[in-house]
Structure formats: structure tokens, C-alpha cells
Design a protein around this ligand. Structure first.
Ligand SMILES: Nc1ncnc2c1ncn2[C@@H]1O[C@H](COP(=O)(O)OP(=O)(O)O)[C@@H](O)[C@H]1O
Ligand SMILES: Cc1ncsc1CCOP(=O)(O)O
Ligand SMILES: [Mg+2]
Length: 265
């Protein structure tokens, strides 16, 4: 087995053995999907966004996920407070800039998060990564209008500028620390038709970076798991309803044998 796959299987075992607590301050659309995705892979999710408790919650978590899908000023305050605490405790922060580029408010908040929270990992679709890098793309709300290939160079720049790992998702996922670029070829087009697939990817990255200090590998490993589970879910889906449910089942079932059989090098 190659070294990449050994690292993935090691991470998966650790997630299932330690069940790391992943604190999510996320959007109102996907709370259920992402909590279930984290449970299915073996992690422990908590959604908490009250400013009165986020610092306490992140203090007992192994990763913090910030997702700006449905923003309001209280949630932004909560994100900044939680991130500040996470930084003090050296807890990794994963940022999902949902819909950035679509409105001025989202752009301002995303910039604030980049500057003040210094995320460990950013995961977005190509339009979002381009918008974060201040390139004008026509964003279509939360969905990408461009292919992931078109954001590779900007993802690299962004990773360098903010000293973090950047994941651009799409038909091929690209994961970069500004120097190296890893590619994930697994996945299925039906994944785009289920809301919260990108958010689930970000949450799973939270689970993987909670058990692996090698941030680039952790992000890559989470995206391979996403891709394989997405492909297998689509194989038995008759539409987006069954796709959503099958995806959770495939996350639950994924193991060394499945990974070896379906991983696309
Ligand atoms: N055309 C595609 N082919 C295969 N997999 C895809 C495709 N589009 C998205 N995915 C997968 O769906 C998941 C969510 O990615 P994406 O749709 O880019 O995020 P978002 O929902 O934030 O826009 C990722 O795991 C990605 O690899
Ligand atoms: C539809 C929608 N609107 C605001 S947040 C959200 C969910 C986006 O989820 P994803 O980016 O994972 O598709
Ligand atoms: Mg998204």
C-alpha cells in the first residue's frame, strides 16, 4: 500500500478510536447534514454558536469549524471569540467561506476571519477560493460557476499569504500548502445536487486535522474519504434524496478494503 493510503487508514482508525469533538459554528441549512457526516465517520459533532458559551465549548474540542453560510452579526462575534480561544489552545481552525463573493457583507466577514482567526485550513469551491483571493468571479450564491482547475494558482497564493492549507473542491479536489499540490480524483457529479456536501467536506477535514498534525495530509485524507463515499453513494442512488442518505451510510461503512478498491490514483 502506498504511503498516502497508509496515512489515510491510520487517520480513519484514529478518528474512530478517539472520536474527536468537532465544534461547528455553521449555517442553519446544513447543521443536520454535517453533524450526521461527522457521526458517520466516527467523530463527535457539536453545534454551538451562542457568544455566551463558544469559548467554553471550543476549549473542550479538538477542532473548530467556521462556516459563513447563513451569517448574522451575533454568529460573527461568536466565530471571532471561538477562534481567538482556539488559537490560544493551539486547536486547528477550518474555515468554509460559503458564498463569499456574492455579497459585500460576506466579503467583509470572510476578510475579518482570514485576518483575525488565521485558519489552519480553508476549504471552498473554486468561485469561493477565487473570491477570497480577490479575483472577481461571477458567484452564483453558494455554488461554483467555474471549475476547480481555474483556482489552482490562486489557491497556492492564498495558502502562502495566510500560511495555511487551502482545499479547492470540485470535479478534482486540489489541496495545497502553497508549495505542494495534491489531487483527489474520486467523487461524483451527483454530490453537487445535495446541499451541504461542501460543508460536510469541511467538517470532515475538522475531524481529520484533529487526529493528524500534518495538516496537508489530513485535508487530503478527508477529501479522499468524501470522494469515495460520494461515488459509492451515487452508484445506488435514484436521485438526490437517496444520495444524501446513501452518503452517510458509505461514510459509516468505509474501511481499508473499500479505500484500496476505489481510490483513484
Ligand atoms: N463534478 C464533480 N465530480 C465529482 N465530485 C464532485 C464534483 N463536484 C463536486 N464534487 C465533490 O463534492 C464535494 C463538495 O464539493 P463542492 O460541490 O465543490 O462544494 P460546495 O458544496 O461547497 O460548492 C467534494 O467532495 C467534491 O469533490
Ligand atoms: C444553500 C445554502 N444557503 C446558505 S448556506 C447553504 C448551504 C451550502 O452548502 P454547500 O456549500 O455545502 O453546498
Ligand atoms: Mg460550500
Amino acid at each position: 500500500m502506498n504511503a498516502q493510503l497508509s496515512s489515510l487508514i491510520e487517520d480513519l482508525d484514529k478518528v474512530r478510536k478517539h472520536s474527536p469533538l468537532v465544534h461547528n459554528i455553521t449555517n442553519d441549512v446544513v447543521m443536520n447534514n454535517t453533524a450526521n457526516a461527522l457521526l458517520a465517520i466516527g467523530a463527535s459533532p457539536v453545534m454551538a454558536h451562542a457568544i455566551e458559551e463558544v469559548e467554553d465549548m471550543v476549549s473542550i474540542a479538538s477542532a473548530l469549524v467556521l462556516n459563513i453560510g447563513t451569517l448574522d452579526s451575533s454568529k460573527v462575534k461568536a466565530m471571532l471569540l471561538a477562534a481567538n480561544k482556539a488559537k490560544q489552545l493551539n486547536t486547528p481552525i477550518v474555515f468554509d467561506p460559503v458564498g463569499v463573493g456574492a455579497t459585500a457583507y460576506r466579503n467583509t466577514v470572510a476578510e475579518q476571519i482570514l485576518q483575525q482567526c488565521k485558519p489552519t485550513i480553508i476549504r471552498g469551491n473554486a468561485s469561493e477560493i477565487m473570491a477570497l483571493a480577490k479575483v472577481n468571479t461571477k458567484t452564483k450564491g453558494v455554488d461554483s460557476t467555474v471549475s476547480s482547475d481555474s483556482a489552482i494558482d490562486l489557491a497556492k497564493q492564498l495558502a502562502k499569504s495566510y500560511a495555511c492549507v487551502v482545499v479547492v473542491s470540485g470535479e478534482i479536489d486540489y489541496i495545497t500548502d502553497g508549495k505542494e499540490i495534491l489531487e483527489v480524483k474520486n467523487g461524483h457529479t451527483l454530490m453537487q445536487r445535495v446541499t451541504g456536501m461542501g460543508c460536510s467536506a469541511t467538517a470532515l477535514i475538522g475531524a481529520f486535522v484533529a487526529v493528524n498534525n500534518d495538516v496537508l495530509k489530513a485535508a487530503y485524507n478527508a477529501m479522499v474519504v468524501m470522494g469515495i463515499a460520494g461515488e459509492l453513494a451515487a452508484a445506488n442512488a435514484s436521485g438526490n434524496g437517496s444520495m444524501q442518505v446513501n452518503f452517510l451510510d458509505e461514510l459509516y461503512k468505509i474501511d481499508q478494503a473499500i479505500i484500496k478498491m476505489y481510490f483513484k490514483a
